[in-house]
Design a binder for this molecule. Sequence first.
Ligand SMILES: [Zn+2]
Length: 153
Amino acid sequence: MSIKINDKPNRLYPDWVPIAENEPSGDDFEKANRPEYGYCILSKSHFGPGDVLARIYGGIIKDDPELHTVQKRPGVHIYDEWFTGLVLHSCDPNTYFNPDEETFVAIKAINPKDIVTCDYQLTEDNLVRAFECKCGATNCRGLMLEQLRQLDH
Ligand SMILES: [Zn+2]
């Protein structure tokens, strides 16, 4: 892809976030509000299993989980209210978050209009609050508890 000088990239991140080549692009994703789920991220592109959807901005670190964080490792939580924090949980998700690379990777085919999902239990030791999962998967866990993982793991 060539970037022309006068092209303003279609960004999901605010202007003060340094532009990164693999950041989530507004060409590939859009923020949506669904009555049943609230805010979420919709794909605008096709991805296949193994494809990297995007590398997130990892510049804001919190000590504790918040609504819009993803856990990189215990005590290190990346704050991203513009993309990551809007990715919905599913018990049968279409992506996973790679905490070392800070990327979302497709594990299924993703098509335009699909909601981008990941399994919070794979990254988070604790949630800010418990919630009733409505993902609709046959393997849905139902209630997602605040403490997802034992502390002695
Ligand atoms: Zn579920």
